[in-house]
Design a protein around this ligand. Structure first.
Ligand SMILES: [Zn+2]
Length: 226
């Protein structure tokens, strides 16, 4: 399934860990021919290609410093001029602050473009805590289970391999998940407000099924790009 957009889309996808952002970004790539650009990948590619901005980034990283917004924007600008992203991009990991969002807007405006939509995958924090903190896996084959949603047919025995040892990730406990969500909201609130002010914020209920979220996202992308 591939739909044709009349204008290249510049999408910002926002969502806390566990909201399925990566999965949904891959589906948008499939559905619309968009290309996901993550800051880490962009930096690595620019350094490897030895572009002017890539050389600057390399020097900064080798000095153990953070790559500045200017360099990231320069790399992004180069990347967005490539023919494979003619149908649009999904930005991942940038912008992170409202200052970066304003700088991105300036960059896009200079190219006659703008952010088409900033899409926030909205979760119910407490439901999310339950979802993530109930996860555990078979210690033998790695099959995933959940206290609430997916118990083995025979209690204490893996459906797949018959194993009886299970394990939980230390960082999947309720308190850690709550902390991660809190940090996400604190970091993202200014960005959400920024895009809301620009009239391009779209909110999606990300607690439903993957297919349901996918169709809601597709509807938004079709609408804003038409
Ligand atoms: Zn197993």
């Amino acid at each position: 399934m591939s739909e044709v957009l009349t204008t290249p889309a510049v999408l910002i996808l926002l969502g806390p860990p566990g909201a399925g952002k990566g999965t949904q970004a891959r589906m948008l790539e499939e559905d619309f021919g968009l290309v996901q650009l993550s800051t880490g990948d962009l930096l690595r590619a620019a350094v490897a290609a030895g572009t002017e901005a890539g050389k600057q980034a390399k020097a900064v990283m080798e000095a153990g410093q953070l790559v500045s917004d200017e360099i990231v924007l320069a790399i992004l600008k180069d990347r967005m001029a490539a023919p494979d992203v003619a149908r649009g991009v999904i930005l991942d990991g940038f912008p992170r602050t409202d200052g970066q969002a304003a700088a991105l807007d300036a960059l896009l405006a200079a190219a006659g473009q703008k952010v088409t939509a900033a899409i926030s995958l909205e979760v119910d924090d407490e439901a999310m805590v339950g979802r993530v903190s109930g996860r555990y896996t078979c210690g033998t084959c790695g099959e995933g289970y959940h206290d609430e949603f997916k118990q083995p047919a025979v209690a204490g025995t893996c459906d797949k391999c018959g194993g009886t040892a299970f394990k939980r990730r230390a960082d999947d406990n309720a308190e850690t998940v709550r902390e991660r969500l809190k940090a996400y909201h604190a970091q993202t609130a200014p960005l959400i407000a920024y895009y809301e002010g620009k009239g391009v914020l779209e909110r999606i209920d990300a607690m439903g099924s993957i297919a349901g979220i996918r169709s809601a996202l597709s509807a938004i992308v079709s609408r804003v790009s038409a």
